[in-house]
Design a protein around this ligand. Structure first.
Ligand SMILES: [Fe+2]
Length: 287
């Protein structure tokens, strides 16, 4: 089965959101949507999400799923906003509970913040399957970047989130709490064991040395041959050394603080203060 895949690129956060559509019907899923956020003013904007909603409506699609590959640290999820307008169930990996526990502590969330994943409609685990119309989706647990990362394999298309990036860019960082380069290496082997012709859709693209345009689609075969971090059967030790050294030089994503607080709540803002306004916290010297 070959789903129709439409990409939506957000240049502010280098995120690619996808609409994955059953070619034989009107069912679709939205993968990793973006709620625009201006940190300086604390204002949200729905331009990116509205483009997806417009596409769904223009094509008379039925949104069955709003799939999150993980708790993103670089953009806010628009899943609840999209859900309110066009429906769909919000799904994420069941290890979200680990992420909620970690960041529940970092942000000193009180007992009102549930750490059982109940903010999401569906918690997926390794080996689970689901349907988008007649099309089957399979869930691979691919941790390493975060403990809850999933890859959704829908027909011949794999949505790998932040695991593999384009072959000339390599792989995702592993230095967030609960991340591990060794674990990511093993997760990537799982993705690379899919058939060579499997289409891979990555969660981010930042261009790459020698490539001055954005790209987000490749294949398992191309990754195996050309990925600069894991291609040609590079051994785990080399990958781990390279990844850990490189991660030590990377700055935190611009939106990590708001993103985590919102995304660990399935894209919902924290409860309003007594005065009715919503606030996000900035923990000092914690992240
Ligand atoms: Fe990420």
């Amino acid at each position: 089965m070959k789903p129709e895949v439409t990409a939506f690129f957000d240049e502010a956060t280098f995120t690619i959101s996808y609409v994955v559509r059953d070619p034989q019907g009107s069912a679709c899923a939205v993968v990793d949507s973006v709620l625009d956020f201006d940190y300086a003013s604390g204002r949200t904007d729905t331009r990116s999400a509205d483009a997806i909603i417009k596409y769904v409506q223009d094509n008379n699609l039925t949104v069955e799923w709003l799939l999150e590959s993980h708790v993103h640290a670089d953009h806010l999820s628009a899943a609840p906003y999209i859900q309110e307008r066009v429906g769909g169930k919000i799904g994420i990996g069941d290890n979200i509970t680990v992420v909620q526990d970690t960041f529940g502590k970092v942000f000193n969330e009180g007992t009102k913040f549930q750490r059982d994943g109940s903010q999401f409609d569906k918690l997926f685990k390794e080996g689970d399957s689901f349907h988008i119309g007649q099309m089957r989706g399979d869930v691979l647990h691919t941790p390493g970047h975060t403990p809850a990362c999933l890859t959704y394999v829908i027909g011949d298309a794999a949505f790998v989130g932040d695991t593999l990036f384009m072959p000339d860019f390599g792989t995702a960082r592993c230095d967030f709490p609960g991340g591990s380069s060794e674990t990511l290496f093993n997760s990537i082997q799982k993705i690379l064991s899919l058939p060579d012709e499997t289409r891979i859709f990555v969660g981010h693209d930042y261009k790459a040395p020698g490539r001055d345009f954005y790209a987000w689609e490749t294949t398992v075969g191309e990754q195996k041959r050309f990925n600069i971090h894991v291609g040609e059967g590079k051994p785990m030790e080399d990958f781990v050394r390279m990844r850990d050294e490189r991660d030590a030089t990377l700055a935190m994503p611009r939106l990590i603080i708001p993103s985590l607080q919102v995304n660990m709540r399935a894209g919902h803002m924290p409860e309003p203060d007594e005065n009715g306004d919503v606030f996000l916290k900035v923990p000092v010297n914690k992240i």
